[in-house]
Design a protein around this ligand. Structure first.
Ligand SMILES: [Zn+2]
Length: 133
C-alpha cells in the first residue's frame, strides 16, 4: 500500500512508471490518469514560472537585507522595506509554489500547494506588522 504522489490517496491499484511526461516524476506512483495529467500540468507550470519565482524570492531577500542594514539609521524606511519584503515573499509563494519532487513526495503535490497558500497568506497578512514596530 502506498500513496498517490499527487493527491496522497492510499490505494491498492497504482499507476507507476513511464506515464508522467516529466522525467523526475516517473519514479513516483499515481492513483489515476487524472492525477498523472495534473502532475504534468503542474510541472509544466513550474518550469515556465521558475525564473519569476526566483526573481520574487531574490527581490524579497534583497529588501529584507536592506531593511536590516537600514534599521539602525532610518527606522521607518527599514520597516517599510521589511513590510514589502514579507508581502512580495508571500505573494511569490502563493502564486508560484515551487518545491523539489522530493519535498512533494513527503506531502504530495496537492497538500504542498495548500500549505504554500496558507504560509503565503500568513506572510502577506503579517507584513503590515513591521509598520507597527
Ligand atoms: Zn491521486
Amino acid at each position: 500500500m502506498s500513496r498517490c504522489f499527487y493527491c496522497n490517496t492510499k490505494k491498492e491499484m497504482f499507476i507507476t512508471g513511464a506515464r508522467p511526461k516529466n522525467e523526475k516524476m516517473r519514479k513516483f506512483k499515481y492513483c489515476c490518469d487524472n492525477c498523472v495529467s495534473k502532475t504534468d500540468a503542474f510541472m509544466d507550470f513550474a518550469d515556465r514560472t521558475r525564473a519569476t519565482f526566483w526573481t520574487g524570492i531574490s527581490f524579497a531577500a534583497l529588501l529584507c537585507i536592506l531593511g536590516i542594514v537600514l534599521s539602525d539609521f532610518f527606522h521607518t524606511i527599514a520597516m517599510i522595506c521589511l513590510m514589502i519584503s514579507f508581502f512580495v515573499l508571500g505573494l511569490t509563494i502563493i502564486f508560484f509554489p515551487h518545491a523539489t519532487p522530493e519535498a512533494f513526495a513527503i506531502l504530495s503535490i496537492k497538500k504542498t500547494l495548500i500549505l504554500a497558500k496558507i504560509l503565503g497568506t500568513a506572510l502577506v497578512l503579517s507584513s503590515p506588522m513591521w509598520i507597527l514596530l
